[in-house]
Design a protein around this ligand. Structure first.
Ligand code: ATP
Ligand code: HSE
Length: 357
């Protein structure tokens, strides 16, 4: 029986100031996969050793850069990991995956998180595995090992998450190098090995309410900062004062963003951070000045401002005055010789969705 369905996964903004590796918001910008499984395409998909033909919409972010071979593309490579954990070696004969991706890569809007979530859902669907979202999150967390973007993309809305302590034997599975979790681009040779199956319930999360008057302004510079590089500049240890500074703000922020009307006097200071932003300024010219250039006093309607994920995108939460807030930040970046675009987004409350076509 041929099947034709769509997988939609939202972008996300992680950290939201003090919630490093903890908080995330799914955002209304969706990675979409249109999937067709039909044996009439068997000949076409034969050219791929895993029976899967990947295409990207021409206007997609990353369309010119991402690899299309099914064992190299992050989405299908992730799906292969899920399938092989469940002793299915390849996609069903005649699988076509067409990708539309409006999420800019390497900008702090969770492009890799969305790709991993989409890949796990793809594996679950084509393998008819019947996993629920909680179990699929385990597979995602074997690949991207901080839960903030992944949980927001899978579950949607405004979420807080943590990784539970793993037992020694579970730890062995989690500490396996990523290359062993994701099958390497193998030039067609499948080793036949079953990759490490994720422990159950690695990630725990809670979905907070969100005050619907709060909108998300994303200012997206025209340069990439990879998450790996942006994590590389962080210290291994923090002072007690800095940890307390963040924990106090985190505790207030998660409820402050649920209240109507939202209170800028509470939210703006609660979005300050001492754990990641001060260190990342070395990678993002003008970051410190930009974060302090718009305040609720200079720009009424602004609630708070922070680096989105690992950067370089800036996230401003606001109730109004979106153009003026974005213009101020665009101009500050311009003085550093950096051009940007900006988007007004809302939370994607439902997270990842599969729809039959
Ligand atoms: N739709 C996609 N298809 C294939 N590969 C992708 C896709 N989206 C992201 N990637 C891969 O993920 C990389 C970007 O991941 P990275 O973690 O550095 O940034 P990000 O996820 O955009 O930002 P952040 O994690 O800070 O929100 C890209 O360079 C690409 O290799
Ligand atoms: N919490 C992560 C999000 C980016 O993937 C970081 O800031 O490094």
């Amino acid at each position: 029986m041929p099947r034709h369905f769509k997988i939609s996964v939202p972008a996300s903004s992680a950290n939201i100031g003090p919630g490093f590796d903890v908080l995330g918001i799914g955002l209304s910008l969706f990675l979409e996969l249109e999937v067709t499984i039909d044996s009439k395409y068997a000949e076409e998909t034969n050219s791929d050793p895993n029976n899967c033909l990947v295409t990207y919409d021409e206007s997609s972010e990353g369309a010119k850069d991402v690899p299309l071979a099914s064992d190299a593309n992050l989405i299908t490579r992730t799906a292969l990991y899920v399938l092989r954990c469940n002793e299915i070696r390849q996609f069903p004969i005649g699988t076509k995956v067409h990708v539309k991706n409006p999420i800019p890569l390497g900008r702090g809007l969770g492009s890799s998180g969305a790709a991993v979530v989409a890949g796990v859902i793809l594996g679950n669907e084509v393998g008819k595995l019947g996993f629920d979202k909680q179990r699929m999150l385990d597979y995602c967390l074997m690949i991207e090992r901080h839960p903030d973007n992944i949980t927001a993309a899978m579950m949607g809305g405004f979420v807080g998450s943590y990784l539970r302590d793993l037992t020694a034997s579970e730890m062995e599975r989690k500490e396996i190098p990523l290359s062993e979790v994701l099958p390497e681009p193998a030039g067609g040779s499948d080793t036949g090995l079953v990759p490490p199956i994720p422990p159950h319930d690695i990630g725990r999360h809670i979905k907070y309410d969100w005050c619907k008057d709060v909108h998300c302004v994303a200012i997206i510079p025209d340069f990439e900062v990879s998450t790996a590089k942006s994590r590389g500049v962080l210290p291994n240890a923090y002072t007690r004062q800095d940890m307390i500074f963040n924990l106090q703000r985190l505790a207030v922020l998660t409820t402050a963003l649920t209240q109507s009307p939202p209170n800028p006097d509470l939210i703006y200071p609660a979005m300050q951070d001492r754990v990641h932003q001060p260190y990342r300024k070395t990678l993002i010219p003008g970051l410190t000045e930009i974060l302090s250039s718009v305040t609720p006093k200079t720009h009424p309607g602004l609630l708070g401002i922070c680096l989105s994920g690992a950067g370089p995108t800036i996230l401003a939460l606001a109730t109004e005055n979106f153009d003026a807030i974005a213009d101020e930040i665009l101009n500050r970046f311009k003085k550093e010789g950096i051009t940007c675009r900006w988007k007004l987004l809302d939370p994607a409350y439902n997270g990842a969705v599969v729809e039959e076509l």
